[in-house]
Design a protein around this ligand. Sequence first.
Ligand code: G6Q
Length: 545
Amino acid sequence: MSLENINPTTTSAWRKLSEHYNQTKGQQLKDLFEKDPKRATAFTRQWNDFLLDFSKNRITNNTLELLLELADDVKLADAITKYFEGDSINETEGRAVLHTALRAGKDEVILVDGVNVVPEVYEVRNHIREFSESVISGEKKGYTGKTITDVVNIGIGGSDLGPVMVTEALKYYKNHLRTHFVSNIDGDHVQEILKELNPETTLFIIVSKTFTTQETLTNALTIKEWFLQKASVADIVHHFAAVSTNTEKIAEFGIAPENVFPMWDWVGGRFSLWSAVGLSVALAIGPQHFEELLEGAHEMDTHFKTAEFKDNIPVLMGLLSIWYNNFYKAETEAIIPYTQYLSRFSAYFQQGIMESNGKSTDRNGKPVTYQTGTIIWGEPGTNAQHAFFQLIHQGTKLIPADFIGFKRSLYGNTDHHQKLMANFFAQTEALMNGKTANEVREELLAKGMEEKAIKKLVPFKVFEGNKPTNTLLIDKLTPASLGALIALYEHKIFVQGVLWNIFSYDQWGVELGKQLATTTLKDIEGSEISNHDTSTLQLLQYFKK
Ligand code: G6Q
């Protein structure tokens, strides 16, 4: 069954939220805290090793109640059931959306067209385990009998970003294998990677759900040619593996059947790291850690599926984001992890969130009359503090931000970790409290500055404050906690897509790019240039000169 089709702005909760917004928009977080000594605990939720403190948001109990009412008005609970049960909720592509099945319990039954997909998932999970164990242990050898030292993932978009992000995030758990990622069609990208590699000791994994993506196929062929400069066609079976739904095309490439990992069309590219798309992750951190990543995600799935909305972390985070996007008209959201390991986390969810919810057509096929997909950006703290934090503190835009931190560091360097986390806590506090003119004045007076100079400087040193943040404090960065964290944001995407009455799981904008490149390539390669606007025509002519 498809998702309900409810324009959120026609619900009574939305109307109430609009009124409520008008009445409360001037409220100051500082005042809300002063008025209610229990505010922090009232707006904090604990789940496993996660703590979400969302008290530094411009909300009251009433706001939360109305947002929860909105979730009911658009039938979020019913949508969640359809999502997990494999209904065809990716309507424009006629597919189920079941990345959750990739991490489901072994005994669960999840039907797609009447067939339980869980056994197939476990077959592939076992294959991933066996394959990666044989490479890691050195049992699997290259064509000259040497053990494999390097693994190259060849893929783009959803077939690249997840593995890149997770291998970086779980670097601490990594084994001796060196991992590389070739994604861009830019030939310099592949050359820079190839120059570090020895064909005798490198395993290449071609990851492409469709096996038709120009970038991936071009890179794979370039790499194959490079490989064949030293090795022979018969050696390909020892050095190439593939992950795809398109098994025919894989066979054409010459890949041995035992090195082929299937995918399913009910898994979207940007949600596929849990499938064999994560093979490079399993190789890098070992299959046991890979399984733990999946188990962590599965626990978050269970929380999302079963927790009451008022305690449901993905639901709460999704609703808060709607509150800012649709009522406060905030256009962007920052994700700031306070760990260098998560340096690719925001980039990863830039795709996840913006490709999923960057839609302007509702489920009726009509243009939406309200804002959808927020713009996502961010970098790890404390580096970010020395870069764009200026704008969050004193710029003209409202930027709700998620601060993600860990109670314990991995190497246990207490001095560094305490300093890191001092910054983490101090920033959300400062963003909320700001600094008044009087406080600035006092500070400057204490430094012995003269009255005239103080007067001149005060306006520049005032911080308005009242900037909303979520604080997500997790015990430790482990494969399981990372799995849960990724799943949390995946479900937040779902919640928002349901609320906005859009289809989150297609990506026609990406498909357009794939088509356009083919036509323009003909113009570049051929002697004649087809019809273009005069700007594009001029640029093509200049390029070809
Ligand atoms: C993800 C998108 C997109 C896709 C790439 C690669 O959801 O659809 O990023 O993953 O275009 O596609 P293939 O895996 O088919 O090569």
